[in-house]
Each structure stands twice: as C-alpha cells, then as structure tokens.
Design a protein around this ligand. Structure first.
Ligand SMILES: Cc1ncc(COP(=O)(O)O)c(C=O)c1O
Length: 463
C-alpha cells in the first residue's frame, strides 16, 4: 500500500461507511459492533483493507470480475484518454471505442454478429428476454413467449431476472414474479441421484432431454427462449456433463427456440477460452456478458446476437414498432468499451487464456489433493480458473454440510489473508460449495497460497 490514507482518514471513512453505506448482500446488524471492511487498494492479485492487511484475492473482486488483476495502468490510461475526448453519447449513435470493441469481440465469437451495449449482467439478460418476447409478438402472434431457465442458475437481480432464477433463496420474498418463465432441471451429475430416472451412463444427454420434456409439456409453440449459464456459477460451479450442450443445441433447433447463453461470469477468459460455450463447439443465438468484459475497470455489459436474430428486428422499415425499442442510458458511456479493448489486449498480449488453462489444471490437481486428504470434500469441479469444491458430511450420502460451516471455512481463510467464496443464500440446504476464481494472471505460488489457506481452514473447521 502506498500509505495514501492516514489513521484518522481511515477511521472517518469507516464511520461514514457505517453511517450511510448500505452494503450489498449484507446483514448490517453486526456492523453495530464490528467495523465494515473497506478495501482501499489493489495490485495484481492482492488487495489491502483499511488496516493495511494484505489479502490474496482468490475470487477476483469477490464476484469473479477483476480477471486481469488490480492496478492496470494501461486500462486506466485508455479510459482517461477516452473520457477527455468523449465521455458519453446515447447509444442511438455510435462511438469510436464502441465500434472498435464490437469488431474485436465479434472476431472472438465466430457465428455472432451484433453487439448491444448496456451496463450490468442483469440488464443484458433482460434485453435478451425482451428480444424473445418481441420476436414472439412479431412472428408468432405473441404465443411463443415463454422463456426456460434452469434449476440452480442465476441471471441477475431484477424482478424479471429473479423470475428466471433457479436459486430459490435468492428469489425468496421478492415475488410476485414476471409470468412466462419456466424452470427446467439442473445438470449437476454429482447430484443426479436426487433426480428421478437419472442414468449412470449418458447422464448429459438425459439431462438435456429433461429440458425437451418440459418443452413438450409446455407446448413447443409457446416456448421462445432457453437461457442457460455455460458453467453454472453461484449455483455451485456446475460443469456440464458430456454430451449435454450438443443435445441442447439440437433441441433448440428442433423446436425453433432461441438459445441464450449467459456468459456474465464465464465470458472473456474465465474458463480458458474467450467464452465458456466455446469448450463445447456449439453456436448460441444470443450471448450476454458483463463482469470480465472490462475486469471491473468500467461498467460494461453486452448482449451479442447472430445476424439472424438482428434481422428479425429490421424486416419492415415502414412499421414504426418494428425495431428493438430499448435503451440503456449508461450503455452509451464510452469508458466501458475503452476499458474492454485494453482488457482484451492484455489477455492476448500476456497469453492469459493459456495461463488460465495451465493454472486451472494445476489448481484442480491441488484441490484433488485436498480431496484425498479431507473426506469433507465430496466433489471438485472446474473449468479453467473457475473452480468449486462441494463439501459434504458423508461421501456416501452426499449430505451437504451446513452453510454456517462453509462460511467458517471462508472466514478462516480470510483470517489467513486469503479471500475465497462460497455459494451463499442461494439454494435451500445446498449452499455447500467453496468457490475459487483467481485472476487469470495467477501463478503457481498464488495457487499454493490459496490451497494452503483452504488446507488449514478445513483442518480447523472440520477437526
Ligand atoms: C451468471 C450471472 N448472470 C447474471 C448476473 C448478474 O450480473 P449483474 O450483477 O452485473 O447484474 C450474475 C451476477 O452474479 C451472474 O453470476
């Protein structure tokens, strides 16, 4: 830390925060007796809090965002230069960084064609839902308006995104919800024994076929979209089983359903490819992305579509309603694409996709070593630097450990100066997965430090 803040400044900041800031996802009662945590500075994979304590951040800003690490002056400079030239104009006009980033992005997404800018993952997903609804009106007399979402997935915080969440604790107390969203079963093979009829062999195709079953029950003529995370994030780092995605694409083609892939977490490098879906060789119709697009250096989210989806909105120019009548005020901020361009340049310049694959494989091996050591680890799942370890009281019954114990592991690591994550208040009785998403710049030493912290924490909490 460079010592910019002195003790007095910091206590004033802590008091201002305690008095006025409503923290996200936080119960505030404890702050009456303990200080809220203020993160003051970051460099590389490390952040410092108000007490000057150093932490290794194994979750990229808490919520898998700061993919290229903290303190990137080249991004700050790109944003600054852009802001003094032109900070903003509404997205009904174009901008230089917006045009340039769209070209770079589409180059990484063969088969995709159009980029719609907005500023959060939730908002991008809402745009996708609106497109499905408008296409239903334009082409199917409003009938094909239903949108399928999957058990354990999350697509955002608005009421409609919560209408599309398979995480009941996230949605609890916020209803009534938007109609027309239908849940399909999850594809977590480790918990397939909880699903009636799940086979031992060929689980992936079976799990995809469960979606077809829902489509047939609802009536294919009523279903317009299917929204899925490529690898489920906050629902437990669920890597899809073999054959799953290929079958999903077939089903969408068969029933004329738009496949909307939510890459808000996986997008732009997290899994070692530019996008998570690219591991599975499938072609989406719509892709949403946010967190890693500019690594949190500026707010930016994108909804990317094929030209075929785009074309559906420009077929009759004489009809005044015949275009996507949507706006995102801050989707016109130029800082977002300016930061995103440099973020992507960094990933290419520094070979971070390959590093993500290499370090992801290394960290997976290290977690598997911990699994050999601690029977409480029931399952290790990973794709690139996106990893989870599911904790169970008994490997035979796979009974989840309590959320409280999982949080004790997280708290113990924090004490040791390592910030890890866990599924939290998402799935009733199943918030039992430790989550790791270190920046794509992680080295073996960083990973060893994370593993050592988890090793110590598991030893203490489950002594
Ligand atoms: C898969 C997924 N989609 C969407 C969102 C919502 O993004 P935002 O918080 O930027 O609205 C999140 C946030 O965690 C997410 O994990």
């Amino acid at each position: 830390m460079d010592g910019t803040f002195n003790e007095n400044d910091i206590s004033r900041i802590v008091e201002a925060d305690r008095a006025h800031v409503w923290h996200h996802l936080s119960q505030h009662k404890p702050y009456e007796t303990t200080d809220p945590r203020i993160i003051v500075e970051g460099k590389g994979m490390r952040v410092w809090d108000q007490k000057g304590k150093e932490h290794l951040d194994a979750v990229s800003g808490g919520v898998w965002t700061v993919n290229v690490g903290y303190g990137r002056e080249s991004i700050a400079n790109a944003v600054r230069d852009q802001l003094v030239k032109l900070n903003y104009f509404a997205g009904s006009a174009g901008s230089i960084p917006g045009a340039m980033f769209s070209e770079m992005l589409i180059d990484k997404m063969p088969g995709m064609s159009r980029v719609y800018y907005c500023n959060s993952g939730s908002e991008a997903n809402e745009k996708g839902f609106k497109m499905v609804r408008q296409i239903a009106v334009k082409r199917f007399g409003g009938k094909k308006h239903k949108i399928l979402f999957r058990d354990r997935d999350y697509h955002g915080t608005t009421i409609t995104c919560l209408s599309a969440t398979g995480q009941d604790e996230r949605a609890a107390q916020y209803g009534p919800f938007t109609p027309g969203f239908v849940r399909v079963p999850h594809c977590l093979e480790y918990r397939s024994f909880e699903q009636d009829g799940a086979p031992i062999e060929g689980y992936g195709v079976w799990a995809a076929n469960q979606i077809e079953k829902v489509i047939l029950e609802e009536g294919p003529e009523t279903v317009g979209g299917l929204c899925l995370e490529p690898v489920t994030a906050g629902g437990g780092v669920i890597t899809p089983p073999d054959g799953y995605w290929e079958r999903i694409r077939e089903i969408c083609d068969q029933y004329d359903i738009l496949l909307h892939i939510d890459e808000v977490v996986c997008g732009v490098g997290r899994t070692g490819t530019w996008f998570g879906y690219q591991h599975y060789g499938i072609k989406p119709d719509m892709v949403t992305m946010a967190k890693g697009v500019a690594s949190g250096y500026a707010a930016i989210a994108c909804l990317v579509t094929t030209e075929a989806v785009f074309d559906m909105f420009k077929d009759d120019a004489t009809d005044p309603m015949n275009y996507f009548r949507d706006i995102s005020t801050f989707g016109g901020c130029t800082a977002g694409p300016a930061a995103a361009i440099e973020n992507m340049n960094i990933i290419e310049r520094e070979g971070l996709l390959q590093n993500t694959l290499d370090m992801g494989a290394y960290m997976t091996d290290r977690l598997l070593e911990l699994k050999d050591k601690f029977s409480v680890i029931g399952d290790v799942r990973s794709k690139g630097l996106f990893l989870g370890a599911e904790l169970v009281t008994d490997r035979a019954t796979k009974e989840p450990v309590t959320e409280k114990l999982v949080q004790s592991v997280v708290g113990d690591c924090m004490q040791q100066g390592v910030i890890i994550g866990a599924t939290n208040r998402s799935l009733p009785g199943k918030n039992n997965t430790l989550c790791f998403s270190p920046a794509l710049i992680a080295k073996k030493d960083d990973i060893n430090q994370i593993i050592d912290a988890v090793d110590g924490a598991l030893g203490r909490v489950f002594a």
